[in-house]
Design a binder for this molecule. Structure first.
Ligand code: PHE
Length: 465
């Protein structure tokens, strides 16, 4: 059915290179940039972390980003179609690797929406600093109403309503298709995000104690470089942050016109994403420096420097103490929600496109069907009093095991088993101004699968022990 459908309907397209680049950056710049990178860098060598981070970017991030682009564009399909065609007559079942990526995206969407919904709520709470003095108590008690330990399934209306709204918004955007939906939202949101976030960072630099925060983040601890875990943290951050090996970049690249420059936009996306990440590091740590100063403690003594803790416990507390706090809160939670939403669109597009191609559905049919099923699941799982526990577990599996496995398999099949390295390389170079050579094959096809395979074994071992 898939082949038939693509033959009848012309493939959707971005309207041009800029629309594609902005959408790809919109996917890459997400919660990971804002709430994950700063804390990870701080805990893994501070200023010295930049070395493993750049090594990971150049040796695995960019090469695998190029691989994703080549697969999606060469085989003109979302992940399942691309892998089926990569496998050719010999390995048709390789399609299942694409479905594995669809599944990861599906799972990620279920909880990513939840965090966006929280951010949207906190955006509103910023106006009157609704969270009061005990922000941890507010989050778990008043807002999420986490009950006694153990599972309980009472709906929490304050979470339920924004969650449903975010889902409906995402469904509508996807239903409009790639150019009129996804691209249009990215073209609006990304500049808005950059302006809002830049304003926040500039403000943070003028806070008292900002310098201490920056010192805490950037003072290099070179001894950390001897620790393999620091290197693993760098590779993980790059993977998650660039949205590679999720099927996202395969899918997005499949909507580019036939003769398209692939590598130069890839470099732009990678550079923009890392720049945003470093900007976020500066903003977050300048703000944390202020918080430490206010409490008369050292930045090193602070807790809650990443993830949910940073965004929904530490930051609200800081906002409450800051002159002009509500504006700062609005900028922060607004940025979080916008960055999250554009990433959400990309994961959902992977799922929607997978079903479109498999069953010959239109974007609207696929978006509504996939969207409504996911919305119901997401509500059942996360808008209840046990949502917090589920979120953590799911996050861990999808991100720590799922994508690394999918990256290893993609590399092993494309290069080692099917020997498609030269074909993909030729495809990448056909129109591109930045040409890749044997180094790319070596990095994407040999080094990355080995490093990632090692990471995978480490992780599975750490789960088993
Ligand atoms: N790249 C996004 C970020 O940095 C995260 C993301 C990963 C989004 C995978 C969608 C899919 O937050």
């Amino acid at each position: 059915a898939g082949e038939h459908a693509t033959a009848v309907q012309p493939r959707e397209q971005w309207t041009g290179q800029v629309g594609f680049i902005l959408s790809a950056i919109g996917s890459a710049v997400g919660l990971g940039n804002i709430w994950r990178f700063p804390g990870v860098a701080y805990e893994n060598g501070g200023g010295a972390f930049i070395i493993p981070y750049l090594v990971a970017l150049v040796t695995a991030g960019i090469p695998i980003l190029f691989l994703d682009y080549a697969l999606g564009h060469r085989f003109r399909g979302a992940a399942p179609t691309a892998f089926r065609r990569l496998g050719g007559g010999r390995l048709k079942w390789l399609e299942s690797l694409g479905w594995f990526q669809v599944m990861i995206c599906f799972v990620i969407a279920l909880y990513y929406t939840v965090v966006i919904a929280w951010a949207a709520s906190y955006f509103v709470f910023s106006f009157d600093l609704r969270w009061g003095d005990d922000t941890a108590g507010f989050l778990t008690g008043d807002f999420l109403q986490v009950g006694e330990p153990g599972l309980s399934f009472t709906f929490v209306p304050a979470v339920l309503i924004p969650l449903v709204l975010i889902w409906l918004a995402a469904i509508v955007v996807l239903a409009f298709g790639v150019a009129r939906g996804v691209q249009r939202i990215n073209v609006i949101f990304l500049p808005l995000l950059v302006v809002a976030f830049a304003a926040l960072v500039i403000r943070s630099l003028f806070l008292e104690g900002a310098g201490d925060g920056l010192n805490a983040l950037f003072t290099p601890d070179f001894a950390a470089l001897a620790d393999p875990d620091v290197w693993i943290a760098a590779y993980s951050q790059i993977f998650f942050s660039l949205s590679i090996a999720f099927g996202i970049m395969i899918t997005y690249a499949s909507y580019r016109k036939r003769r398209s420059n692939l590598t130069t936009p890839g470099l732009v996306v990678a550079f923009a994403n890392s720049s945003f990440e470093i900007l976020a590091g500066i903003g977050v740590f300048a703000t944390l420096g202020f918080f430490a100063f206010e409490q008369g403690v050292d930045v090193a003594e602070l807790e809650g420097l990443t993830g949910v803790g940073l965004s929904f416990i530490t930051f609200p507390a800081i906002v409450s103490q800051m002159p002009g706090g509500p504006i700062f809160g609005i900028l922060f939670f607004g940025s979080l929600a916008m960055a999250g939403f554009t990433s959400l669109l990309s994961v959902l597009q992977v799922v929607s496109a997978g079903f479109q191609e498999k069953f010959g559905l239109s974007p609207r049919q696929a978006a509504t069907r996939v969207g409504i099923v996911s919305m119901i699941l997401s509500v059942l799982l996360f808008a209840t009093t046990s949502g917090l526990i589920a979120l953590d577990t799911v996050d861990n599996w999808a991100n720590n095991i799922g994508i690394v496995l999918s990256a290893v398999l993609a590399g092993v099949f494309a290069f080692w088993i099917l020997g498609k390295g030269p074909e993909l390389r030729y495809h990448l170079n056909a129109v591109s101004t930045f040409r890749v050579g044997g180094v790319w094959t070596l990095l994407a096809g040999v080094l990355a699968p080995i490093v990632l395979g090692y990471m995978l074994i480490q992780r599975i071992a750490s789960l088993v022990v």
